[in-house]
Design a protein around this ligand. Sequence first.
Ligand code: NI
Length: 177
Amino acid sequence: MSVREVLHMGDARLLQRADELRKFDTPELHTMLADMRDTMHALNGVGLAAPQIGVGLRVVIFEVAGNPRYPEAEAVPQTVLINPVLTPLSDAMEEGWEGCLSVPGMRGLVPRYKHLRYQGRDEFGAIIDRTVSGFHARVVQHECDHLDGILYPMRIRDLKDFGFNEALFPGEEVRDE
Ligand code: NI
């Protein structure tokens, strides 16, 4: 297990569509997931997509532990989501601040679907099928966008709502996701 380099915005690999994973429960997959977890934890992120470490496969992880420093961020279970399919459950959208380990030190206000069903597989090939809303839905949409080569700044409606953490939120500790 090791902390991998996270690609930063501007790297062409972040703009490619990732491929479906075909074989589950392989040593290579488990090693990659261990590296992704180590990397996400080392950088204090809430999610990471395989393309961010230069692997063009449709694999994401995310996890939000209940943290009193981020009371607005509800807990999201530690999840490995592979070959995901996202289905918005209504047209309702909401704006929220996002960061990204590939865009360090910055935040942007991004519209996302409020209510979402997501389906896919875990690392063993077991089916995942969840209906979520709010912050959980936002995290899933952000991470799965990486699989289609989309970074959150591409979804900001007004670039006035994009900037550096310390300028947008002076005095607050803000983490990347
Ligand atoms: Ni990201």
